[in-house]
Design a protein around this ligand. Sequence first.
Ligand code: CP
Ligand code: NVA
Length: 327
Amino acid sequence: MELKGRNFLKLLDFTSEEIEYLIDLAADLKAKKKSGIPHRIHEGKNIALIFEKTSTRTRCAFEVAARDLGMGVTYLDPTGSQIGKKESIADTARVLGRMFDGIEYRGYGQEIVEELAEYAGVPVWNGLTDEFHPTQILADFLTIKEHFGKLRGINFVYMGDARFNMGNSLMVGCAKMGLNFTACAPKKYFPDPGLIEICEQLALESGATLKFESDPEKAVKNADVIYTDIWVSMGEPAEIWEERINDLEKYQVNSDIMAKAGENAVFMHCLPSYHDMKTEIGKKMCEKFGRDSMEVTNEVFESDRSIVFDEAENRMHTIKAVMAATL
Ligand code: CP
Ligand code: NVA
């Protein structure tokens, strides 16, 4: 499989064989790391990480993966560069493309990372935009494959805000890789109809099914995976919390929902999560709205069915695979 020189901007740009190859390469690199086999295949190269939004997992995954591959890393934080304020994306891309072998970008509109890729002349990797979070899906699917031994035919239910980066990307990933995807939310939180149409075509080829359901009980019946994400994403205004809680509280993943799913169903979440009051925002919002958790209860988050930390670890192995393959 030849992916050298390719960008990694969204899963729609990749065939199911290419996505499978990246997941399997990640599993291979993970095994190498666990047995202490060096894999410094990009020794001497350098990458830049642009973060216009904050991050723990994605940033650390890129940094550790780059070092494991033998590369140097420069981190540009949300305030520390000229990007957007004093220098256009096109100019930034051409400058960084002269110095670095690859560039990661996390920020707002998908069009920004697409423009960066157009001008950089080196591979650009999407570390999250409002529309898509493709490296997260590789980690999620590696985790599902490790747990269930397969992707095809898995009943995957996404609860909550399905019209943003996670809902969109998971729907695309499922449609490409043959998982049965159900978005469970009020209608206004379903993914964009244009994207649904594209995914329906992809599903015809992969054998996946796509469902959009507003009744949680119906949605989770026979589910293998119940997935959720925070109700208010980075970049959205704090004023939206009240409306989101009112709209989505029925879709909280709790023990009742898990009990109604398949008996071997697992819980997944891209993280970070408001499952308790131990975070500044979580505490403030829980107190304001008289709750003790948001999108998932602490009970489910901490239960044996929760595989969220396997998922978080796999961010590093899958991001490493993307860099290993595209550089
Ligand atoms: N899941 C994820 O992208 O986490 P970070 O925001 O911490 O990078
Ligand atoms: N939807 C979340 C995902 C975080 C990984 C956000 O954009 O903030």
